[in-house]
Design a protein around this ligand. Sequence first.
Ligand code: GAR
Length: 195
Amino acid sequence: MKVAILISGSGSNMVALAQSMTGDHPARPCLVLANDPDASGLAKARAMGIPTAAIDHRPFKGDRAAFETALLEPLLAAKPDFVALAGFMRVLTAGFVRQFEGRMLNIHPSLLPRYKGLNTHARAIAAGDAEAGCTVHEVTAALDDGPILGQARVPILPNDTPDSLAARVLPMEHRLYPLVLRRVATGERGPVSLP
Ligand code: GAR
């Protein structure tokens, strides 16, 4: 099985996924695709020997359909069985999502269904929540929606800032996403929880 990983930035989740796909794992990374040619994760992927491509979204000036048509070219050429969004910060249209129905995963830095969208950690702290975390879910046309495949929880501490909380959640993302990908690749779809 082949997995294409879409990134926008540093790609630490991409690295965790790629490093997990070795040995008896049923999947291998076939492409790391970014919407920013300067995304630092691209160099990390190349260093791991994974093919990379970048389609800069900026020249498309908000024309999502045209951007996605361009994005599909390298993506379909890589013939992925699964697509993993890993810090990919562009909203995808229903038409794009439909092409990978049931085969596209996303990681989101909150305990969905709470805090869809941006600034999740700041919102969890402002709400006085006792815990935060991350969610891996199947991607559907609705933003940060779709069946939940796994969640990891961490406590929110009294003096937490969005940055300190993110630093506690990110290592859990790096554990959760590979765990869920392996389960999906082996046909298990029941949700998992960490720790
Ligand atoms: C991660 O925290 C991921 O959950 C988040 O962006 C970060 C990317 O980090 N994704 C979203 O906010 C998606 N809406 P990374 O590039 O180091 O993996």
